[in-house]
Design a protein around this ligand. Structure first.
Ligand SMILES: Cc1cc2nc3c(=O)[nH]c(=O)nc-3n(C[C@H](O)[C@H](O)[C@H](O)COP(=O)(O)O)c2cc1C
Length: 166
């Protein structure tokens, strides 16, 4: 059996995830990228990982800046996910096109308004893995809000359904 990328993607699409926006400060401008290859890694120390394609601009920015935010999207933020999944040269229309507004953390990292959770991340290590890099980061601060997440499953955006009872 020779496995091809389409079959691999189909299988991985069965693994329902949330959706995040990675945010970085670029000399006062907000840079963002949609990412769902995100996971918790360790409790001591507090580590998370995100896998980023080598061809994205975000990949270079993360190596250079070594600090970024992870914003977990709320169910009403689909337009923001779509906006930051486009390889636009600048993100100056983020508010007008997708309703994305930001403030800054004490570290100057952009934090998305209305996100379900925010994690302030400092780069710990970066591991080359095929055409992606696994960025592992120490989480220095979090902000958690009420609400329900935007989900991504089989290539489509979804909402949380009913609780599965015993
Ligand atoms: C739901 C969703 C999840 C995504 N997850 C990732 C991811 O985890 N890693 C990645 O490298 N790209 C991911 N992408 C693709 C990037 O968002 C896309 O390539 C983006 O245009 C890169 O922007 P940049 O070149 O400005 O950094 C995802 C796209 C979507 C729609």
């Amino acid at each position: 059996m020779t496995l091809n990328p389409a079959e691999f993607r189909k299988a991985m699409g069965c693994f329902a995830t949330g959706v995040t926006i990675i945010t970085l400060d670029l000399d006062g401008e907000v840079h963002g990228m949609t990412a769902n290859a995100f996971s918790s890694v360790s409790l001591d120390p507090l580590l998370v990982l995100v896998c980023v394609d080598h061809t994205t601009r975000t990949h270079a920015h993360m190596h250079e800046k070594k600090r970024f935010g992870i914003n977990v999207l709320c169910e009403d933020q689909r337009a923001i996910s779509e906006y930051y999944a486009r390889p636009a040269r600048t993100h100056e229309h983020a508010e007008a096109e997708a309703g994305a507004r930001f403030d800054r953390t004490a570290h100057g990292t952009p934090r998305l308004h209305g996100a379900l959770a925010y994690l302030e991340c400092k780069l710990h290590s970066a591991e080359l893995a095929g055409d992606h890099t696994v960025f592992i980061a120490e989480v220095e601060d979090v902000v958690v809000s009420d609400g329900d997440p935007l989900l991504f499953f089989r290539g489509k955006y979804r909402k949380v359904g009913e609780e599965v009872r015993k």
